[in-house]
Design a protein around this ligand. Sequence first.
Ligand SMILES: [Mg+2]
Ligand SMILES: [Zn+2]
Length: 479
Amino acid sequence: MLAVIMAGGKGTRISSVNSEVPKPMIRILGKPILQYQIECLSSQGVDEIVLVTGYLGHVIKDYFGDGSPFGVRIEYIEEREPLGTAGALYYLKDRINDDFLLLCGDVIFDIDVQRFMRAHKRRGALATLFTHPNSHPYDSGIIIADGSGKVTGWLHKEDERLWYRNRVNAGLHVLSPKILDLFEEPKKTDLDREVLKPLIQSGGLYAYDSPEYVKDMGTPERYYAVTEDVRSGKVAAKNLSVKQRAIFLDRDGTINKYVGFLKDISQFELEDGAGEAIKKINESGYLAIVISNQPVIARGEVSFDGLDEIHAKMETLLGREGAYLDGIYFCPHHPDSGFEGEVKELKIDCDCRKPKAGLIFRAAEKFNIDLSKSWMIGDGKTDVLCGKNAGCRTALILNGGGENSFNKTSPKENSANETSPKENSANKTSADVNSPKDISNEGTSCARALNGQTATVQTFGADLVGSSLIECINAIDLS
Ligand SMILES: [Mg+2]
Ligand SMILES: [Zn+2]
C-alpha cells in the first residue's frame, strides 16, 4: 500500500514552539511528527511512501533517507515552488495505479489504516475523506453525508449554517488513481476546494466517520495538548483495532429535556449540564454514543429526515459547548400496530427497541467496544434493563422526567434533589448477556430526601443513581 505525505508546509503559526525545522519535523517527546506517521503506517501494511517536500526539504531527506530503518521505501518529490495542498499529485500521474492514502505531514494520528482502506474499496469511491466530530465544529468546515456515507454537501468555515451534524474533515484521505487524471500541469492546486469538493457532483466522494485520534498542531496550545495525549497513551488507545470503552446515553430526559414524544425540532432543548457531561466523556477517551427509542418514526409523526434534522440540532447545541457524540443509534420501530398514520413496515417486534440491546450490540461491533467496561446511562427503566442486557454497567437518572423516572411518580415541585449519587451496593448482580430478562421486580429501592420527606423510588438494579447526567458522570471513574 502506498501513502503520499504532503510535507512541504512551512508552519508559521507554530513558530513559537520551534522555528528551525519544517513543520513535519517538529518533535513531540523527542520524535518528529513525520516519524510518528511513518511508523504508524509502516506497522499497518503501508510499504511505500512518497514524501512531497518543499521548505527545508533537505532536513527531511537527511533524516529519513530511503526509509529502510523504518521498514518502508521512501521516494521524494521536491517542489521548486509551492504547489498548494494537491498540485504535486501531477508528478504521480503515471506512477500510481491503485488506491492510495494522501495525508498532510503535520497531523498526529493513530488509525486502523486497513479498516479505512476497506471502507473506501467497499463503496467503490473516487475519494474517501476521514471524518470525525470535533470540539469546535462551529469554526470548522463541515461535511454533509447521507446514510450510506456519500457526501452531499461541504460547508466551509465561512458558509452560513443553522443545524448541522458534527462531521469534520480530518485531512486524511484515500484516493483512487483516477483522480490523478484531473491534473494536467504542475500548478498550485487546493485539494479541498479544487479537487475533492467538485467530486460531490459525480457521487464519488464518501465520508468515513471514525472516532480515532487525528489532530493537527496548528497552534501552540494544540501542540501541547497533543503532546500530552501522546504521552498519556490516548493517541494509540483510540485506534479501533484496540478495544474501546463507551458511555452509552439515552436521549430524551438524559441529554435533552423530556417533553413526551418529541415531534417538532423546536421542542428540542438540552438538559442543564448535558454539554459539560458529554465534554467530560470526550476528554476521558470513552466514546459517547446515543442509544434512543424513537417510535415517533413508526407512528408516522417524524420522518427519517426530520429526525436527522433534530439530531443535527442536538450536535450543533452540544458543539457550542465543546462536546460531541461519536455515534447516534435509534430504533424507529414500535410493536403495536393498527393506528392511523403509522408506517406499517416499522410496526414490528424488532431486536433494537430498548430494553433490548440490539443498538448497543451494533455500536459495539462497529467501534470494537468492550461492553463489560462500558456504561449505559438513562432516565428510565428501559435504559437500565437495556444496559444490563448488553452486559454494561448502568446508571439511572432520577430527574429525567421520562418513562418510569422519578418525576413520573412524584410532583414536579418535589424534584429538588440534594443527595449525591451513591453506589447501589445492595445490587451488584451482573447481567446475563445471553438471556435478557426483566429484572425490574428485583431492583432495590433507594431512599431520596424530598423537602424533608423521604420517598422511595425504584432503581431497577442500576449500579449508580444520580439526579442528572452530569451528576452521574461526575460519579463514574473515567480514568
Ligand atoms: Mg429517556
Ligand atoms: Zn427497533
